[in-house]
Design a protein around this ligand. Structure first.
Ligand code: NDP
Ligand code: AKG
Length: 420
């Protein structure tokens, strides 16, 4: 009990449900419809027993939470991380439902995960674990039911193993996963898509404020797929990335870090630690470093009531999923900090996943220029739609995005006659 009160981070599901309720109230949804929208469609929990390289057996718990399919097949990433827990996966699945609706792509929402530390498993152990997980869920995913993709701790190779294992049961099915290698039907531009979407979303927000990326000072937490692509594209657009962190450590240079050199360093040393072109700082201070724009691109709940008051950024672009607790939202709003919410800011990844799925179904590959140009159109339209809801409901960008997403899913639910 005491520990509960000492926690600074809110439970992810409680936080997501709180935002859902606020948006539902703004839209005036009735309680039956609210219930249909909130309760997940299906929650899958499986034991994955892995024979380790040394012959011992270890068991991991895997989840796939399928939240909603009113607007189309369920869609969302699979995460390998030691902190994966059912409540968080549930929250992430629900966020996917609102995200695909905000992006206006014909999907619902799902999310999966295995509670493991991928850094401690060999490649062959990761492959066996992924294949066991796929064997357990193959009859519940599919091209027109639920389409997984990468998230934290997983990558195109993980998707290739899922594709291959799934295809043993159902025939060759490249469209059953997105974010897969190009050689197996992956889309050009998917690897960079979440980071590129973060760039386009930031540009849309700044343009709306009469500003541009050039000269803005950015701090980025997380330097994996999303953080490193966002950093590279922001750097190319003239933004100054002044501090970056990952699990290995954090670095800072107020004149701007040379991002291409940092990317080279991270490839060689598996982390930002030891980069000679910047000064080492405490990892815990990254979120409160002096900057104009803060981009959390790692874990959820990192911006909470404990550190919100010390944040110096004027803007927060949520590249990570649910990085900001509702309590922190309130503190930051009082300080005038503008937050571009996750369900819009990081929607570039799932949007290009949609393009990948479409290409697989069409059997026709787009060039990268087309992928990036289409992504830009979707993000710019998404920003306009979110702003419109902010005007209608006199609310902030998070509630603008939530009301937009909920409203679209609610309409589909009623049209299908599904309200409870
Ligand atoms: N991949 C995608 O397409 C999408 C991802 N997202 C979200 O973006 C976020 C990042 O995902 P992604 O980039 O794919 O994941 P990756 O696994 O590629 O990268 C995660 C990064 O976060 C770092 N990290 C983990 N814990 C901490 C910590 N406590 N402090 C600082 N850094 C930390 C990791 O460090 P290290 O490498 O040292 O372990 C790594 O740099 C997640 O919230 C994910 O849900 C959202 C939309 C789409
Ligand atoms: O690309 C996808 O399908 C999902 C990406 C994802 O997991 C996310 O947007 O959080």
């Amino acid at each position: 009990m005491v520990r509960l009160f000492c926690q600074t981070k809110m439970n992810a599901l409680a936080a997501t449900n709180r935002n859902f309720k606020l948006a539902s109230r703004l839209l005036g949804l009735d309680s039956k419809l609210e219930k249909s929208l909130l309760i997940p469609f299906r929650e899958i929990k499986v034991e994955c027993t892995l024979p380790k390289d040394d012959g011992t057996l270890v068991s991991y718990v895997g989840f796939r939470i399928q939240h909603d399919n009113a607007r189309g097949p369920m869609k969302g990433g699979i995460r390998y991380h030691p902190e994966v827990d059912p409540d968080e996966v549930n929250a992430l699945a629900q966020l996917m439902t609102w995200k695909t609706a905000v992006a206006n792509i014909p999907y619902g929402g799902a999310k999966g995960g295995i509670g493991c530390n991928p850094g401690e498993l060999s490649i062959s152990e990761l492959e066996r674990l992924t294949r066991v997980f796929t064997q357990k869920i193959h009859d519940l995913i599919g091209i027109h039911t639920d389409v997984p993709a990468p998230d934290m701790g997983t990558d195109p190779q993980t998707m290739a193993w899922i594709l291959d294992e799934y295809s043993k049961f159902h025939g060759y099915s490249p469209a059953v996963v997105t974010g897969k290698p190009i050689d197996l039907g992956g889309s050009l531009g998917r690897d960079a898509a979440t980071g590129r979407g973060v760039l386009f979303a930031t540009e849309a927000l700044l343009n709306d404020q009469g500003k541009s990326i050039a000269g803005q000072r950015f701090v980025i937490q997380g330097f994996g797929n999303v953080g490193s692509w966002a950093a590279q594209l922001i750097h190319e657009a003239g933004g100054k990335v002044v501090a970056v962190s990952d699990v290995s450590g954090a670095i800072k240079d107020k004149n701007g870090i040379d991002i291409p050199s940092l990317i080279k360093h991270v490839k060689e040393h598996k982390g930002v630690k030891g980069f000679s072109g910047a000064n080492a700082i405490e990892g815990s201070s990254i979120l409160v470093e002096d900057c104009d724009i803060l981009i959390p691109a790692a874990l959820g709940g990192v911006i909470n009531r404990e550190n919100a008051k010390d944040i110096k950024a004027k803007y927060i672009i949520e590249a990570a999923n649910h990085p900001t607790d509702p309590e922190a939202d309130e503190i930051l709003s009082k300080k005038g900090v503008i937050i571009l919410p996750d369900i819009f800011a990081n929607s570039g990844g799932v949007t290009v996943s949609y393009f990948e799925w479409v290409q697989n179904i069409q059997g026709f590959m787009w060039d990268e220029e087309k992928v990036n140009a289409e992504l830009k159109k979707y993000i710019q339209q998404g920003f306009k739609d979110v702003k419109e809801m902010c005007k209608t409901h006199n609310c902030d960008l998070r509630m603008g995005a939530f009301t937009l997403g909920l409203n679209r899913v609610a309409r589909a639910t009623v049209l299908r006659g599904w309200e409870a």
